[in-house]
Ligand binder design. Structure first.
Ligand SMILES: [Zn+2]
Length: 147
């Protein structure tokens, strides 16, 4: 990283495991990935090695569109710990392919007062160096208008 680049805000990073690696590093390829049961198609998040529907162990990560909907949100005005510049939006978003999969995330790319429940959003990744590794945090921004 050069001096001219703004470092990403400090965040507490998840520990990568074989199970969650696809989720946290899919952003390297611009993909939001979830484990998915290859037998019944159920998407599994948080990642576990067994399908909760049919107990199949045949689970593998695959990519979703990255589109989601804001289910609820709060605007954080207080700097509780080193982190993103305040104010920022902490939201729970529901994934388009499976609204039962909810991610706690930040809404970026718009003013906090422009965020609303039901807002269509799309994933954007924030790369965070993590030792020799890196993770790509899935954040969400207002979705581009559909043509
Ligand atoms: Zn299954």
């Amino acid at each position: 990283m050069t001096d001219s680049e703004t470092p990403p805000p400090f965040r507490i990073l998840p520990r990568l495991t074989d199970l969650n690696r696809d989720f946290w590093t899919g952003g390297e390829h611009g993909e939001l990935r979830f484990l998915r049961c290859q037998d019944c198609g159920t998407r599994i998040h948080p990642p576990v090695s067994v399908c909760h529907k049919d107990h199949s162990k045949n689970v593998k990560a695959d990519a979703v569109s990255g589109r989601a909907t804001v289910a609820t949100y709060t605007v954080n005005h207080q700097m509780w710990m080193p982190g993103p510049e305040v104010p920022y939006v902490v939201a729970i978003v529901e994934i388009e392919e499976d609204p039962t999969i909810r991610l706690t995330t930040n809404i970026v790319g718009c003013a906090p007062e422009d965020v609303y429940i039901g807002m269509p959003v799309e994933v954007v990744f924030e790369k965070q160096p993590d030792g020799d590794d890196a993770i790509w945090l899935p954040l969400f921004q207002p979705a581009a208008e559909k043509a």
